[in-house]
Design a protein. Structure first.
Length: 134
């Protein structure tokens, strides 16, 4: 029921590649400059990115465990990314009106926004995985 060693290794490698791709996606599509800020010691960006990667891992696990066909996994993840992008846009206008999350994370190193962003991302992902099915 769990596949062989080779199949599990393939899923592990694919999962790591997806997480690396999600880290780059977060840097370019969600919080521009997050990786360079993290390299500079910005912990608020690291917390927000960690929440995003945790949510991505949850979505990937759900997609891989539910999919009947292999092509359903990238479709599921693409749908999840669109939902996360909409959530990020909503957070920009709902949490701190008049301020951008990117500025609060990258320039101000605002831990509170980092924690809220991570928590909302994980919570929406848990809701997404419970509501969306193949």
């Amino acid at each position: 029921p769990y596949g062989g060693l080779v199949e599990n290794l393939c899923w592990f490698v694919a999962g790591q590649m997806v997480l690396i791709a999600l880290a780059y996606c977060y840097d370019y599509a969600f919080v521009l400059g997050a990786r360079s800020a993290i390299y500079g010691g910005n912990t608020a960006c690291a917390v927000a990115l960690g929440g995003f990667l945790l949510a991505g891992g949850i979505a990937l696990h759900d997609a891989a465990s539910r999919a009947k066909e292999i092509w359903e996994v990238p479709v599921y993840l693409a749908t999840w990314l669109v939902v996360m992008f909409v959530v990020e846009l909503a957070l920009n206008y709902l949490i701190i009106p008049g301020h951008r999350i990117r500025k609060e994370l990258v320039q101000d190193n605002n831990w509170g926004i980092g924690v809220v962003s991570a928590a909302v991302t994980v919570a929406v992902t848990l809701g997404f995985t419970s509501l969306v099915s193949f």
